[in-house]
Design a protein around this ligand. Structure first.
Ligand code: BDR
Ligand code: CA
Length: 311
């Protein structure tokens, strides 16, 4: 089995939390570090939520704080779906002790990428502010990152606006810098993540395992479940993690992709030439389009059910 050394950059977040739990459980992945970015909730909360997951999983992955706000916009959070604490109101304790890390996310990411000599992969499930900041501060970072698997964007419609998906809309300038960086990119956008749904009974089956992980998964996802009118809750961020480990569960195509940074009603749209007659000069992104849904539900459920309460 190929082992992937991964760095998780998250705005934890209900589905980010599920993604971290899956990444930790997947034997194909080894987590090197976690960085927090502002997005679904403020940085202070996304940082502490990652620490809370460390405690829940019995791990001590280093967690770093990154950007408090997007490059040029104000932060627009996602309280409606993720609740004020980012975990849908589910309370998880912080670790009893954790180091007060002062190194910034972009510095730590660069240091790790150099240490892994080009083998490190980045999985980004929040706005791309930290990633873009790292690329600007360290222009040679691009040669040290094997690839970036992004949850973000859409070749079709949006979810934060009719045109734009939330992670790209939240910081389009940063996203544009990342999409133009020349690093191998995988875009797990709404094209595939809208097909990565868990129905209420799937959530309940994980909760029936009787663990804190099961309760967190089910209870934290109730708000997004209710807004989806019976079509199930979409585990957007989990898709990026599962793709990084098990790409044979998915299908996609290379395409030219650019990010709209100046549009009025199209700001934050990932303009993709998959379906257009006129193409961009280069195909810079692998766009994931399809998923084996039954396998996704089965394997994500197994990963979550494999946790046991530690205390
Ligand atoms: C993305 O936006 C956030 O609400 C989720 O955590 C996910 O990363 C989906 O558009
Ligand atoms: Ca997220």
């Amino acid at each position: 089995m190929d082992k992937h050394f991964v760095w998780l950059d998250c705005d934890t977040g209900t589905d980010d939390a599920a993604a971290i739990l899956c990444a930790n459980g997947l034997p194909e992945l080894e987590i090197v570090g976690i960085s927090a970015v502002a997005g679904n909730v403020e940085l202070e909360k996304t940082y502490r939520n990652a620490l809370r997951l460390n405690r829940l999983m019995g791990t001590d992955y280093p967690v770093y704080q990154g950007a408090e706000k997007p490059w040029r916009k104000e932060l627009e959070t996602g309280y409606r779906y993720h609740g004020e604490n980012g975990l849908g109101g589910v309370e998880l304790p912080l670790p009893e002790r954790y180091p007060e890390v002062t190194e910034k996310a972009w510095d730590a990411l660069y240091r790790a990428a150099v240490r892994y000599e080009g083998a490190l992969e980045l999985i980004a499930t929040g706005p791309l502010t930290n990633v873009a900041t790292a690329l600007v501060k360290y222009p040679d970072l691009k040669k040290y990152l094997a690839r970036i698997v992004i949850m973000g964007g859409s070749a079709g419609a949006g979810n934060r606006t009719p045109a734009a998906e939330y992670n790209i809309y939240a910081d389009p300038d940063a996203a544009s810098a990342v999409f133009q960086a020349g690093i191998p990119l995988v875009m797990c956008g709404l094209d595939v993540t809208m097909k990565a749904y868990f129905m209420e009974e799937d959530l309940l089956a994980v909760k029936a395992g009787g663990t804190t992980v099961g309760r967190l998964f089910h209870d934290s996802l109730q708000a997004p479940l209710q807004t989806q009118h019976g079509t199930g809750v979409k585990l957007h961020d989990v898709v990026a993690v599962m793709y990084a480990a098990r790409p044979d569960m998915f299908d996609g195509k290379m395409a030219g992709v650019r990010v709209e940074t100046r549009g009025g009603c199209t700001n934050g749209k990932t303009v993709t030439d998959l379906y257009s007659d006129k193409k961009f000069p280069d195909k810079n992104v692998f766009v994931v389009l399809d998923i084996d849904h039954a396998r996704f539900v089965r394997e994500v459920s197994e990963l979550l059910l494999s946790y046991r309460d530690l205390e």
